[in-house]
Design a protein around this ligand. Structure first.
Ligand code: BTN
Length: 274
């Protein structure tokens, strides 16, 4: 998982050597620079096969949930996968949760303390290392497809000022932990492993549903039992406690007045520390 050189660039052949999947990553498109890998797949999803992976070394206009921008500087992984499940609209949110678990699985080898913040942010020591954005694309024929976008901070050393306090990378955290400079991760191996773990999880999800992952998700989610502040789609805040993760991937939430409700991921942003 580590690379014995300062050069943390990656090439398609290095991903291919490490890839052991049947569908995800069978077709890989790599750009040195693009505005957004999600946007590319959304615009070209008609002609592209399921499982195609689009990667960029740099992204100039990457975006995340709720219209936030996603920093696209070198060292990060910017990856989008085209998926064509039967019930796209139903499945989209839960595929994001399952993807978060898949990425966590890939990152176990780093021996870093990776946690999942509901619905699908991966954090190390309270800072974000990975964000996931699923987007539904409506094709002309009435068919919907899913673009699963992943931004993972691997060898990044700097972040834009506005996110420098809340973002981190595997490299920054590993160097801090080992008190040693110049640790570079092998990005190609990480990408191949992400494809493998997502492929396994995606097809398990399609056959067995989210219930297969529920216990694993509960174990890894930092929010259960914690007080949170949630930013609703209408920009209002609500405070309360996350009681549990429901079978459908939503959270069971008790607000400050004791009212219990289910909250779905599309609607909110969670602030952990209040
Ligand atoms: C979030 O946490 O808000 C989700 C961030 C998702 C970023 C990735 S990077 C690859 C893909 N292309 C994009 O423009 N966005 C996603």
């Amino acid at each position: 998982m580590y690379k014995n050189s300062d050069n943390y660039d990656y090439e398609k052949k290095d991903i291919d050597i490490n890839l052991s999947t049947k569908i995800i990553g069978k077709n890989i498109i790599i750009f040195d620079e693009i505005d957004s890998t999600n946007k590319f797949l959304k615009e070209n999803s008609k002609e592209i096969d399921e499982g195609t992976v689009v990667l960029a070394k740099r992204q100039t206009n990457g975006y995340g949930r709720r219209g936030n921008s996603w920093a696209g500087t070198e060292g990060g992984v910017f990856l989008s996968i085209l998926l064509k499940p039967d019930k796209v609209i139903n499945d989209s949110a839960r595929i994001s949760l399952v993807t978060a678990l898949s990425i966590k699985k890939t990152l176990i080898e780093t021996e870093l303390p990776i946690e999942i913040k509901w619905p699908n942010d991966l954090l190390i020591n309270g800072k974000k290392i990975c964000g996931i954005l699923t987007e539904i694309v409506n094709l002309d024929e009435g068919e919907d497809v899913l673009v699963l976008g992943i931004g993972l901070n691997v060898n990044n050393t700097h972040f834009p000022l506005e996110i420098s306090k809340i973002a981190t990378s595997l490299k920054i955290e590993k160097e801090k932990k080992e008190n040693f400079e110049n640790i570079n991760f092998d990005t190609a191996k990480i990408i191949a492993s992400i494809c493998k773990n997502i492929e396994i999880a995606y097809y398990t999800y399609l056959s067995d549903g989210f219930s297969f992952f529920l216990e694993e998700y509960r174990k890894n989610c930092i929010n259960i039992g914690k007080k949170v502040k949630i930013l609703c789609a209408d920009k209002n805040f609500e405070q309360g406690t996350v009681l549990d993760i429901n079978k459908d991937g939503s959270i069971l939430f008790e607000d400050e007045f004791g009212k219990i409700k289910n909250i779905f991921s599309g609607e909110i942003s969670i602030k952990v520390d209040i």
